[in-house]
Design a protein around this ligand. Structure first.
Ligand code: NDP
Ligand code: GDR
Length: 335
């Protein structure tokens, strides 16, 4: 039986990856940073909390990471832990850098010292491309991050490649474009919309958004966590873009959610109204705009398709159905 250590197991991707690895017969150890309240809602919803061996692991504590690796003796480490909210990284740039940048180095260094044969996956991101140099973005596209999050993740990305080259370690980066699901955190725009609209149906309280003209390449976390495993199971350690190759604006995402729920709407500038009763559905507040924005991201997953045979199964409509249905069930107990 192989052992996988997943950092960030309580997060969106951690939950999908843990479930998938358990189904494949892995022993799954979940790194968690200890807080007063347990954050197992995703694992609980999936019914897998009791199948995971939890280990204390905080990415800002080198000795703690080393102890966790010595204790768990993993065959593979998936580093999914991060301060992953781009917006918050402008408020907490140093903490974000300590976790998302130096945290990666701490794990790599621990692996190098404990057992260099442990395979390592790093959660890199399309945020590295930021102010894009070409469309679509692939593994060779130049990086120009636009947030402390993106800058910290560049360090994580390059230090992973450096440990691969310098110490011959099996260390890979998945440059993943946005991926969403029913397990998405509530502050990310897609979940803010699906949850917001589910509640709007009952309370008619408008959703307050930021830049609704931003364009993203949205996939589903289930497809992307399968892709992570394909990257790690390939014979050669390398870096891959995972993306759908399709882009949509935040506005289009909202419109698709409304259409799915048969809510007819119209726009007055950037404000959206319900056609039937002229009730406000969504509006804008400048506080949700970022000091420097990433206007457009769209990925080219050709390398992952060609070498790994990876292809996403979800399109935008299927993602929205998954998310909206889950939120309706959560807030109305409806199937
Ligand atoms: P989430 O925000 O849902 O999960 C992040 C996880 O990291 C949580 O389990 C959180 O724990 C944990 N964490 C945060 N800080 C620390 C710390 N100091 N030490 C240990 N654990 C910590 O993120 P996602 O699941 O969406 O993303 C997974 C990874 O992939 C992240 O690295 C993210 O940056 C990256 N990524 C995500 C993309 C996406 O679209 N989802 C796209 C590209 C990359 P806690 O429960 O305690 O908060
Ligand atoms: P992102 O995701 O920054 O791409 O990072 P997010 O959903 O936060 O924003 C996407 C785009 O929507 C615009 N936006 C809003 N965003 C939020 N959160 N809230 C709003 O009200 C709102 N209104 C408009 C944003 O300005 C942005 O352009 C996600 C994270 O998962 C990262 O960890 C990951 O690396 C990248 O995806 C790829």
């Amino acid at each position: 039986m192989k052992t996988a250590l997943i950092t960030g197991v309580t997060g969106q991707d951690g939950s999908y990856l843990a479930r998938s690895l358990l189904q494949k017969g892995y022993k799954v150890c979940g790194g968690e940073r200890r807080t007063a309240t347990k954050k197992y809602w995703r694992l609980d919803e999936m019914g897998i909390t009791d199948d995971i061996d939890f280990v204390d692991l905080d990415l800002i504590d080198q000795a703690n990471i080393r102890r966790a690796i010595e204790k768990v003796k993993p065959d593979v480490v998936y580093n999914l832990a991060a301060q992953s909210f781009v917006s918050l990284s402008f408020e907490q740039p140093e903490l974000t850098s300590l976790i998302d940048g130096l945290g990666v180095l701490r794990i790599l260094e621990s692996i190098k010292q404990v057992n260099k044969n442990i395979k390592f996956y790093q959660a890199s991101t399309s945020e590295l491309y930021g102010k894009i140099f070409e469309t679509p973005q692939n593994e060779k596209t130049k990086f120009w991050p636009r947030s402390p999050y993106g800058v910290a993740k560049i360090f994580g990305h390059h230090i992973t490649i450096n440990y691969r080259e310098a110490y011959d370690m099996f260390a890979c980066c998945g440059i993943l474009f946005n991926h969403e699901s029913r397990m998405r955190g509530e502050d990310f725009v897609t979940r803010k919309i699906t949850k917001g609209i589910a509640l709007w149906k009952k309370e008619q309280k408008p959703i307050i958004l930021g830049n609704i003209h931003a364009e993203r390449d949205w996939g589903h976390a289930e497809d992307y966590t399968e892709g992570m495993q394909m990257i790690m199971n390939y014979k050669i350690a390398d870096d891959y873009v995972l993306a759908t190759g399709k882009k949509h604006t935040v506005k289009e995402f909202l419109e698709t959610v409304l259409s799915y729920l048969n809510i007819s709407y119209y726009w007055k500038g950037d404000e959206c109204f319900d056609k039937k009763n002229n009730i406000l559905i969504s509006t804008i507040d400048k506080k949700y705009f970022r000091p420097s924005e990433v206007d457009l991201l769209i990925g080219d997953p050709t390398k992952a398709k060609t070498i790994l045979g990876w292809a996403p199964k979800y399109n935008l409509e299927k993602i929205i159905i998954d998310m909206v249905d889950a939120d309706l069930k959560r807030y109305y107990n409806k199937n």
